[in-house]
Design a protein around this ligand. Sequence first.
Ligand code: PHE
Length: 448
Amino acid sequence: MKSEQENLAKRETWQSKWGFILACIGSAVGMGNAWLFPYRLATYGGAFLLMYLIFTFFIGVTGVIGEMNLGRAARSGPIGAFGAACAARRANCAWVGKALGIIPLLGVLALAIGYSIIVGWILKYTITSLSGSLLTINSVTGFQMAFGQMAAPFGNNLYLLLGLLLTFFIMSQGIGAGIEKANKLMIPLFYVMFIGLALYVAQREGAQAGYQWMFTIDWAELRRPMLHVYALGQAFFTLSLAGSGTVIYGSYLSDDTDTLDAAWKIALFSTLAAILAALVIIPAMATTGAKLSTSGPGLLFISMPYLFAGMPAGRLIMIIFFLAVLFAGLTSLVNLFEAPMALLQDHFGLSRKTSVLIIGALGTLVALCIQGVVAAWMDFISIYLVPLGAALAGIMFAWVWGRQKVQQEVSKGRPSAIGSWYYPLYKYVFCIITMLVFACGIIFQGIG
Ligand code: PHE
């Protein structure tokens, strides 16, 4: 077996700075933006948007910078990076970090598996709206039944397999020629398609009420603790702060990239995607006079297709909508599977193709088997593992590796060294709030 040093020496890097930023936007923009965000916004109105913006830009960005730099400093995913942080503190303690790094790694692998099931549903809706068979359903109960069948145990094997095949094909091509290229294609298309859809929905009678709901802040809502819990969880989930995905993408980043600049661009585009998705979904629901908050998670698979089916050019609208959401899902999925794959390459010296095969086989097998329990599976991971992973990454970098290292790494690629504001913000505000997200998740049973 080759030494870890040799494996690390031949690691790939991103082909361009924008390629890296787009890949991170691809990771960020996913079901969190297209599904969860419109749903929460519909429940709480503009007050949710306000808190989400505050949490994203003041706290989330700090964490994204931290995770990127932790990965870049160690040139490794969470296991290697946590190990390096602990070794820097005490030479013989690397094993503690490595052991703790297993938590976020398994967390994203489990998230990837659950996520792939949802991507499989989206793929089914994309293909059946293309073929026209989805349009033969013409009632809400019809869509409910179709969704129920699909979400049952072994209910969507074919499309799940197809989705996973596509994901692993992209990944097998490598960082530059696979992940970066796929993101460069899919992410711009996502925005173009959603802008088109938002403009289309704006023409519909009754859409106005939707905008009013989205952008009016009812200050009394801010007194509801759950609003803050959800807004915080949403900001973290959607920025892919889980101690793994952003760490591994950062590990392929060269030292001449300014991560502060990259992080706020990622936060900006992720927020834009969430608002665009809401600008399509909420006004579209408003045209029927329906109250969105009662439509629950069935929103994407029951309410929306039913609504689109009744609009002029409904089939085309449905195809565009699901294709765009599919792009968002796939680009998050490749990120979620990357850290476990990279582990096999970096630590065990396996080739990329072999690593894809191993993770692919494992992921596919588990995904096939858990189709009927995906909701509970995703809840468990997003409530416990995602915030725990994010907190561990923050603690490892800020508390264990410490001030000097953070200051030095975050300053790389910048015209001038990072200001002295960053470290305390990261060490205290970000880390403590992240632990709070974790605690709130346990107390309130559901944050994402
Ligand atoms: N950010 C993704 C979304 O909004 C989810 C994700 C979480 C992806 C953690 C990678 C890591 O859907």
